[in-house]
Design a protein around this ligand. Sequence first.
Ligand SMILES: [Zn+2]
Length: 365
Amino acid sequence: MTVKDLYEKVVNGFIISDIELQRAIVYDADKQALVIDSLYKGIPLPAFYLWEREDGKLEVLDGKQRIEAIKKFKQGNLKYEGKTWKAYAYDSDLQEVVDNTELTTIICSGNEEKKREIFKRINTLGVPLSKFEVLNGLYHGEYISGINDYFAQDTNIRKVLPNTAIDRGDNKYRLLEFIYYVRKGGIFPKRSELDDYVQEHKDESFNEEVKKIKPYISFIRDVFGDASKIGNMLKFKLAVKYLKDRTIWLQHKDAICKDCNAFIKSEGYKLSTSKEEDIEAMILGIVGNLRVDPKRLFTSDDKAELISKLTPDAQGLYECEECHQHFAVEELTVDHKTAWSKGGRTVLSNARLTCRACNSRKGNS
Ligand SMILES: [Zn+2]
């Protein structure tokens, strides 16, 4: 199909580009001009996916924004290098080149279910949509509109999960995961599970979900504010688990933020599940008035310093302070005398050498 064919079919309604299954992203004028530029310079555009309906008309599954750009340009509403379509009629070959450019079109047919599946595949394998944009395209309805409105209007959610133009709905997706987590009693969904959940609730109001999550969102806003750097999923988990202790957590919110940030700084930003447990222990320490050291682990420098103060045996081995057997330096770990989770500091005066077996047997040190 040439550009000219495609344009005529769109204008006379044989190709329908304005259907529900479409991405929320809209090209700006620069990106639209880039479509024209590609056509003129012979740079191939991605394939257009069209869906053949029973009445023979074609719906656009992928390519709407490119079609919009062509339409706008040919109708005089978009300029390419400062000139409109008409202005190119006299002194340039642009009209001819663009009109005769062959486009790659892929026409599919089948039932509604297959159509949705193809849409999903295009957007999983092709130009990637964000996970939320896929849901937005597939299950557009009252539920999805509701979450969009919620993010547009509610100041609490905007504070807890800022929705910026760059994140392309990532935080909306995160909120859906959290809703699922709350609804299913503490399980985060796999992608397909969330997909099914949204499909199931497609035509329902989002208000019930808002009612359900509101207390947690307020808890997170009030305790962590926007200063805390710990991850959203961890905040969600903590909110569900400790909502009942809201009053006491609020009394300690400044210390919680300060120590969480210090912890993250000392551990680096990559939080593993075991570090999540450490953060939880630390916060529980704070709200129980038992302060734990934001520095969780001894470093290799700490170990070297500790070793330098000890005398090895005749074989050059050191004693495990738990089982009293002797080990090479590499086989020994530095451990807290008073457990870290019970308020023990990560300082050398609270450090001791233990073998790996003793250290792991002792567990939460
Ligand atoms: Zn030992």
